[in-house]
Write a protein that binds this ligand. Sequence first.
Ligand code: DON
Length: 325
Amino acid sequence: MPPSRPDGSVIQELLEVVHDRHRHIDDGEVASYIPALQRANPDHFGICIVSTRGDVFEVGDSQVEFTIQSCSKALVYAHALSVHGRAKVLERVGIEPSGDAFNSIALDSSNRAFNPMVNAGAITTAGFIEGADFAERRAKLLRCFSAAAGRELTVDETVYASEAETGHRNRALAWLVTNFDRMDPATNMQTLDLYFLQCSVRVTARDLAVMGATLANLGINPLTKENVFEMASVQDVLSVMSTCGMYDYAGEWMFRVGIPAKSGVGGGILGVVNRQLGIGTYSPRLDARGNSVRGIKAYCDLADDLGLHAFNFMNSGSHFLKHVI
Ligand code: DON
């Protein structure tokens, strides 16, 4: 545990040490199953921490844009719960870890997607972003993500087109859940398109950290003070991120890191230390499960050095904010 210093410089120094320690790791591959994702620079590596008081610490390529991909699933779930409430959302999508890969073609014993973090569940959850037409739904999605990031976000149109062109498995998942009345057959393909769009929103590691801090701060963006998500939804979102956010690595992640998080094949990982911090990392080299290799290493170090694991003896009573920053 680093000694406390009221100005928070200890955090900045730690970020620099962690970044330096892992920036030469070249294990893992940039995602290529969606052709446009291959354009990412494999050497990019950024880390950012944002506290619920609004302190920002960042290092490396923390302001390089990439597509949010599956990190978006946590935000759409938060939006769905905020607007429609827990009961309605649970009718359509479950909360059990699947133990399977993100694109697994499997439903639970009630014929719902296992959880909102795997593709089947995320596509179902996108159905809760309602509007008169696609343009209205697109605008609502971008408004929500932008509010969580505290800046106007845009869509990578090339990745979006590439997702739609190659997303036949996702199309199959949309029809599978439609077969069990979890999606409306009149709008399911429009909803699928919205899912492709949500994955294609451009963000930075800093944006992910601000989004994480918004969840950590009871749904209120700590930089803009905008109330983005209902307070009651945050507990549910963080629970599901804890158990399902890292797919078939979720158990080991919770054991080693203990921070509710969501990864994306763009190379981002969005983490939340409840009531204290948001964390964003970006490095597009992925392991076989689709999680960022350097991102995982950075989170392991930060969790260890700062005692951020949910069950660490130091992580109680907003310890971090009171004693470290
Ligand atoms: O559904 C897909 O294929 C992607 N657009 C999102 C997948 C993703 O990020 C999986 N996560 N690690």
